[in-house]
Design a binder for this molecule. Sequence first.
Ligand code: GLA
Length: 722
Amino acid sequence: MRKSVIALLFAAVLSAQSIEYSAGRKTWLLKTASNAYALGVNQRGELQNLYWGGPLWRFDDIHAAQAGPEWSSFDPSQSQTNEEFLGWGGTRYLEPSVKITRANGVRDLVLHYVSHKIDGNQLDIVMKDINDDIFVTLNYLVYPAEGMIRKQAKLENRSGQPLTVESLQSGVWYLPHGEGYRLSYLTGRWAAETQLTREDIHTGEKVIESRKGHTSHNANPWFAIDQDGAANEESGRVWFGALGWSGNWRITVEQTPYSQVRVTGGWNTFDFSYTVKPGESLETPPFYGGYSNHGFGEASRMLHRFERTQILPGGGKARLRPVLYNSWEATEFAVDEPGQKALAEKAAKLGVELFVMDDGWFGKRNTDHAGLGDWTVNPQKFPRGLTPLIEAVRSLGMQFGLWVEPEMVNPDSDLYRAHPDWAMHFPGRPRSELRTQLVLNMARDDVKEHIFSVLDKLASDYPIKYFKWDMNRPFAEPGWDGAPDQKELWVKYVRNTWEIFDRLRAKHPGLEIESCSGGGGRVDLGILKRVDEVWTSDNTEAFDRLRIQEGFSQAYAPKIMSAWVTDVPNMNGRSTPLKFRFLVAMQGALGIGSNLNKFSEADVQLATQMVAYYKKIRGTVQEGKLYRLVSPRIGDVTANQYVSEDGAQSVLFAFLHSQQYRKPAPAIRLAGLDPKAVYRIQVLGQNDWRTFSGAYLMNEGVTVRLAGDYDSTSVLIEKAAN
Ligand code: GLA
């Protein structure tokens, strides 16, 4: 009964108009199944944010916009007016949404409402400078079912003189007026990405950003905000957002002295400059936002669903991620035909579906000192080319994938010797190498065309299903020899690189791509439009992974979270059992990176069973709802549960990582089940099934008998027929 009422309400929201406009009050209401957003035009003609939060059913609640008071000459009205998109001009001192300099040096920009257009789920609001023909169009796209809103801005220069844009942000989000907010965000470093960080928001600005040219390991363009520390995984109000940009980005969380929290996001203003000539325009990347009434867990599930259905290539129709084998940790650069074939045979027996050959197959690539840029098969390692290996892989029933790092060049390469000017540099200045490589200036169209043709040729010459596209260093000395507007490199690099992904996919339908940047250095809602999965971290040590994956899952879907089982001792010297490693990796897109030549009979047997188990539950893991039941940051145990969209299957993963002698593991209370339904549950490795009501499993929980460090288990939960 309850379910059908919810379904009806949901259907009603979806069938109703997602954007309403009141001409009398000059207000707009944007509605989704789980939240609402409102804005209006105030008496001065400024566009003003009016609401962002839980669903509203009464448009009349939204009053006409009213500019804030002027308290003193030091506290002007504009400081207390929640302007939706703020030109830097007049008496505005908050973080601007757009800042320009005209050719004649005039920098004042005051934007007022001109017109709007509603087209289905899209709203365009046009604003214009009070004097000049400088226009900004704000575009809103509402995703009613997913509970998300996309913001984007376009600046058009119809004035007679060129403009230098010093900042053009994607948008601003306003929290309900007040204080006591708390910010959640993701920080990290190489091999320790996506660490969940929480801190109170105080007056002033908190900036999370990348200045490195790629999205970066150090911070990720996602935020979540709750108030009074009141939200937890399953309850409380959470406002959240994420940027779709794979280069220099910035999210500025600002609490004004007037108790207003506002979040501005888009291109990083650091070293930013873009010339917009008369007749030209500049469009920002998207900034997505959502609101959840049910804590951080629901906020993540909303993002996961949104990514699967609206962002990732193929949307809801994309296939489940196959079980992958990758040779990197087994062989590093020592790849050759017999070695790869031997690994492929062993991988196929375990149930692997996609075999990926990593670094080392091209040019003079025997170490990381040479070869990048020379994307031709190394004749010593593959005297007969790649075809015999690919045929062998395919005849074993697997698809073939290949590692590439197209944006890079080693100085010791034929490409660099032929085109030293293609590497990013400032004339007459040192070229800083990292991992003995330089970054190609992808902003240049000749470089872009060359890289496209290299990858196109590989995808045309061989039946390659999958590229693992790597990027193993950040930018340095981002000079662009000969270009009048050198700083545009930051933006044009990303756009050209994205274009290659798009053209490759269009020309080779079915080709899949993994985004890797030394692990999780390029994960954002921009690259996710062009790739099928991402390499989460170069750190494959299973215990460390629990935290990395907890952070990753705040913002990104388990389906794209590539996770490998690798050999021990790993990275930090820790040795966890093979079962623990498998169960950790099975919480995303399972891969294996072990040296299979070293597997014992018992390892092979366990791995085969684990891969078979994964195939039984992967639909639920990859496309279900994730409940983070017990955090690895808090105690000795980590537990995560996944529930399929239709509620028929669920799976629990539980890990013990630091047990005090004989301290029993706690009962794990499940979530996301139907309290009225009956479920049968089976512990991995046991034959018997037991039945319980959803109510019992969610109130009392399941006792996981974990004993000793790095013990782990999984429980399969199936809804019994009514
Ligand atoms: C990066 C990737 C690894 C591997 C190496 C190869 O570090 O993250 O997975 O592909 O490059 O050089």
